[in-house]
Design a protein around this ligand. Structure first.
Ligand code: FAD
Ligand code: NAP
Length: 267
């Protein structure tokens, strides 16, 4: 699996320096100064969310338009993600891209997998599931669990039909095959439900897969998600194997050192 980097040019109206100056209108400076002050735009990386064997000569991306409010309560959106969203597919806009090796190694078909990908963190795992579904057509593959999380079932349940298809009728994510697909909808009820709550509900199954040598892959927001998910894994190992949380924590660290616990997170 690879990541893809993008490089592109923008019009000055979306320049971050201009946004800051809008919040502080008393600061006046000639345009030439601004151009010298703002650093060059950085490239943005995106996980490839398709499998090459299933979509030859294509690369699919799963991009969320990032939004936030400035301390002065102005609504802002991410430079690259909103630019990508603004491109008209009917126009032949050229986007300069290149490929970079990602930090999530492609798993062999015999490796049981526990995948955790809330929000756009599902991107690399769509490719994993597509790949395994193709491999499973010729030889039986190892079980795979995918835990997805989003705000609302009706608004941002990315690739819902895709996950449903592969979790039914003996699909690679089906419980019949020892796997499973579990979704956490954080804002569909008064209290938050996150991916870590879902994996704890599947504690016995998760421990069984870990005992069979499963690898854990986590992708998505780098805020609190990776550490909360790590803590949930420690709770599972502690509860299921009857050891203290400290011993469970060392067990997970050993898993990481052995190249069986990967995190690819971004802010
Ligand atoms: C390995 C890797 C894989 C990735 N895969 C994906 C993926 O599959 N899908 C995906 O959607 N993203 C992915 N990302 C994230 C992606 O690279 C971008 O970071 C993301 O799209 C936001 O870029 P942007 O240009 O839209 O936002 P930017 O304009 O870069 O803003 C990003 C953040 O910076 C902050 N910020 C910027 N300017 C200001 C300001 N003036 N004031 C306050 N805060 C500010 C905000 O918090 C904002 O959320 C990945 C990142 C990495 C490193
Ligand atoms: N998803 C949307 O509908 C939407 C709409 C507009 C803009 N955006 C923008 O797109 C960016 C990416 O959004 P995204 O939806 O792909 O990903 P995201 O912000 O990472 O959220 C994905 C899911 O993870 C949940 N989450 C938050 N903290 C968590 C934690 N500590 N542990 C586990 N799960 C946690 C979120 O719940 P909560 O957020 O409920 O806490 C949400 O359900 C956001 O920063 C936002 O600016 C998203």
């Amino acid at each position: 699996m690879q990541d893809i980097c993008l490089i592109f040019s923008f019009d000055v109206s979306s320049c971050p320096g201009k946004m800051v100056l809008e919040d502080f209108p008393s600061v006046q400076m000639p345009f030439e100064w601004l151009v010298q002050l703002v650093p060059p735009l950085k490239t943005r990386a995106f996980s490839i969310s398709s499998c090459h064997s299933a979509h030859q000569n294509q690369v699919h991306l799963t991009v969320s338009v990032v939004m936030w409010k400035t301390p002065y309560k102005r609504k802002r959106s991410g430079l690259c993600s909103s630019w990508l969203a603004s491109i008209d597919p009917q126009q032949n806009v050229l986007v300069a891209v290149w490929f970079k090796k990602g930090s999530l190694p492609p798993p062999p078909p015999s490796l049981p997998l526990i995948l955790i990908g809330p929000g756009t963190g599902c991107a690399p795992f769509r490719g994993f599931v597509e790949e395994r579904a193709l491999q499973n057509e010729s030889d039986p593959t190892a079980p795979m669990i995918f835990c997805f999380g989003c705000r609302n079932k009706d608004n941002d349940f990315l690739y819902q039909d895709f996950w449903m298809k592969h979790s039914q009728n003996g699909g690679v994510l089906s419980e019949d095959k020892g796997g499973g697909f579990y979704a956490a909808f954080s804002r569909d009820q008064p209290q938050k439900v996150y991916v870590q709550h879902k994996i704890k509900e599947q504690s016995t199954k998760i421990w069984s897969l870990l005992s069979q040598g499963a690898s854990v892959y986590i992708a998505g927001s780098s805020n609190k998600m990776p550490s909360d998910v790590l803590s949930a894994f420690e709770d599972i190992v502690s509860a299921e194997s009857g050891v203290s949380k400290e011993v469970a924590s060392r067990w997970i660290r050993a898993l990481e050192k052995a190249g069986k616990y990967y995190v690819e997170a971004w802010s």
